[in-house]
Ligand binder design. Structure first.
Ligand code: SF4
Ligand code: F3S
Length: 107
C-alpha cells in the first residue's frame, strides 16, 4: 500500500504535505510533487495537510486516476526529495480543482 499524489496538485504544489512525512518520501518536480511508493509507510499524516485533497490512498484509485500510480513511481526516481515547505506558485489559487491539468505536467 502507498499514498499517491493526484492531478489536483499540478500547478498548485502547496507543499504543506512534505514536513509531516516521517520518512521523507516526497519528491519535487517543476510543477508537481510525487510520493515514492517504495518508501511510503502508509501513515496517512500527509492527507489532511493538502488543502486541495490531492493525496489519496492507492486503495481509492479509480480508472480515471490510475495513471498517477505510475507517475508517482516513475518520477520519484527522477526528482529530488523535498522536506521543507516552500511558497506555492503565485497563480496556484487559479489552478485549484481545474480539470485536465495533466497536459501541463512538466517532467
Ligand atoms: Fe509520508 Fe505518511 Fe504521506 Fe506516506 S502517507 S507520503 S509516509 S506522510
Ligand atoms: Fe501538492 Fe497538496 Fe502537497 S497541492 S504539494 S499534494 S500539499
Amino acid at each position: 500500500m502507498t499514498y499517491v499524489i493526484t492531478e489536483n496538485c499540478i500547478k498548485c504544489k502547496y507543499t504543506d504535505c512534505v514536513e509531516v512525512c516521517p520518512v521523507d518520501c516526497f519528491h519535487e518536480g517543476p510543477n508537481f510533487l510525487v510520493i515514492n511508493p517504495d518508501e511510503c509507510i502508509d501513515c496517512s499524516l500527509c492527507v489532511p495537510e493538502c488543502p486541495i485533497d490531492a493525496i489519496i490512498s492507492d486503495e481509492d484509485i479509480t480508472d480515471d486516476n490510475r495513471n498517477f500510480l505510475e507517475l508517482n513511481e516513475r518520477l520519484s526516481k527522477k526528482w529530488p526529495i523535498l522536506t521543507e515547505f516552500k511558497d506555492a506558485p503565485e497563480d496556484a489559487k487559479e489552478w485549484e480543482n481545474k480539470e485536465n491539468k495533466l497536459q501541463f505536467l512538466e517532467e
